[in-house]
Design a protein around this ligand. Sequence first.
Ligand code: ADP
Ligand code: MG
Length: 271
Amino acid sequence: MKTNTTVDTAKLSLLLNELRLPAIKLMWPQFAEQADKEGWPAARFLAAITEHELAERDRRRIERHLAEARLLPGKTLDTFAFEAVPMISKAQVMAITAGDSWLEKGANLLLFGPPGGGKSHLASAIGLALIENGWRVLFTRTTDLVQKLQTARRDLALESALAKLDKFHLLILDDLAYVTKDQAETSVLFELISARYERRSMLITANQPFGEWGKVFPDPAMTLAAVDRLVHHATIFEMNVESYRRREAMERKRGPGRPASYATPANSVAD
Ligand code: ADP
Ligand code: MG
């Protein structure tokens, strides 16, 4: 008896297209060769190629999420010197990057501190780590987003613009304080905060904690209401450190061989 061992590979390619299995389509010949050589049982071969397809699918999804997030290039947790901000524990930040404990209930993260202290860096790096853990993030300068939302409001499309942002588990608003007076007047930022309250998380960076926020909203009552919603479920990091760049420049001037001034928490603030 003659068994038919030939496979119509051209047709197989079409079938895999139809099933939308591009990774299997690309890689099955290699897997098949190995399976034949090593005498894998058919079930093992099937498991191997399906696992490969799934892993590729995850990788492509994360790649898409990275592209849509508009993070700051090169700002990672690996390149963030936690010694420079002794008030922030690396362990706490790592726990935050798991996401589930806070993103699921729409809690917020607020980063305060003077310019150059690493707020934007840390915010973007947290965003990156969250994406790698499967979450969707959008990083935007607050004033850019406010402008977009104002345009949407003019076109009577604010609600759908806010709804579109729902797909992001975390919205990073960098530099809240730089919203200008005429931007504040339309209060789209307040609508955004209200829309996401207890549903979707925000990470906000600002040079000033709350005191200056009166400039960001049209009136004191709205400022109060916005702050109230933001802090209701929030983790607050006060990054009251000197500008990282300035410190780096000082370290360079002092020359090698000396410990960095931020080497221990004890001397970091006074130094
Ligand atoms: P902020 O947003 O608070 O004004 P940035 O995040 O823009 O500060 O930081 C200014 C520069 O210094 C950036 O290039 C950033 O990467 C770098 N930087 C700040 N803090 C740190 C840190 N702790 N470790 C490494 N780089 C840092
Ligand atoms: Mg910044």
